[in-house]
Design a binder for this molecule. Structure first.
Ligand SMILES: Nc1ncnc2c1ncn2[C@@H]1O[C@H](COP(=O)(O)OP(=O)(O)OP(=O)(O)O)[C@@H](O)[C@H]1O
Length: 254
């Protein structure tokens, strides 16, 4: 059964002067999936994401989001997507509840700010300013704010960079919950364990081109069937498991 395509990207090209940062990439994201864009620094992930988000002009190629053509109906796309703000986007004098109320007002949506804060376990921080939160709390808040306009798809650009293992696992749970409620998620990450845990499918981008696109499992199976073997014996746990076993899974930031 063919699923509905939430995003279609065809032959997308982006040039910055002489540099061709995105060299004609094509991919589709299905409704309800967590889709990962992976790749080394400078591969073109953020550029691709920002073009789809209507935040950056493309050089050529076609993009549709929920059937809306980026060239013809960018406003329609803006209405159905959720984008994480950089920290500078959070007015410094407003507390978390006021920020949610402000965004809800801007989007003309009714949102129960306390309920949203409860869902990310920040209800006791309702009167705190964004800058007074820990890194993990800031990221949780920023992911939750992408939901205020009740989007069909949210974009998360390296959402767990710099987090400790507890906060990271916690954010993974939040992202999965968001998907379970029917929202499509597009995520960029440098962490392969994150991609393996979260993503239904991943596109690996290098030097502006997609060099692989499949489920993490099939990509791994393909590599193994090509004769690849790890040098070390694979253990049933890794160092992060040891760390979490010793220090617990509870958040430490409060
Ligand atoms: N505004 C810009 N002007 C000129 N070059 C840019 C601009 N933005 C990005 N680039 C270049 O385009 C290429 C792709 O950058 P992009 O930020 O999309 O990569 P990325 O895969 O998101 O990398 P990272 O993982 O470091 O965020 C890089 O070589 C970068 O230097």
């Amino acid at each position: 059964m063919a699923n509905k395509k939430m995003i279609i990207v065809q032959d997308l090209v982006k040039r910055y002067g002489d540099l061709e940062a995105v060299k004609g990439i094509s991919f589709e994201v299905e409704e309800g999936e967590i889709f990962g864009l992976l790749g080394p620094n400078g591969a073109g992930k953020s550029t691709t994401l920002e073009i789809i988000e209507t935040l950056r002009p493309k050089t050529s190629g076609k993009v549709w989001v929920n059937g809306y053509d980026l060239d013809k109906e960018p406003q329609k796309i803006k209405q159905i997507i959720g984008v994480q703000l950089q920290s500078a986007g959070y007015y410094p004098n407003l507390n978390l509840k006021q920020l949610i109320d402000l965004f809800a007002g801007l989007y003309n949506k009714h949102v129960d700010a306390m309920e949203l804060l409860r869902s990310i376990r920040l209800e006791d921080k309702a009167r705190k300013k964004f800058k007074e939160l820990s890194g993990g709390q800031q990221q949780r808040f920023s992911v939750a704010t992408t939901l205020i306009n009740q989007p069909k798809v949210i974009f998360l650009d390296e959402p767990t960079t710099g987090m400790d293992p507890q906060a990271r696992r916690n954010l993974w749970d939040l992202i999965r919950q968001i998907r379970e409620q029917g929202t499509t998620v597009v995520i960029t990450t440098h962490y392969m364990d994150e991609a393996e845990y979260l993503c239904d499918r991943v596109a690996i981008i290098d030097l502006g081109r997609i060099i692989a696109l499949d489920t993490p499992e099939r990509l791994i199976d393909e590599l193994v069937s090509s004769g690849f073997e790890r040098h070390k014996e694979v253990k049933k746990a890794n160092l992060e498991d040891v760390f979490l076993h010793l220090t617990g899974k509870e958040l430490r930031e409060e």
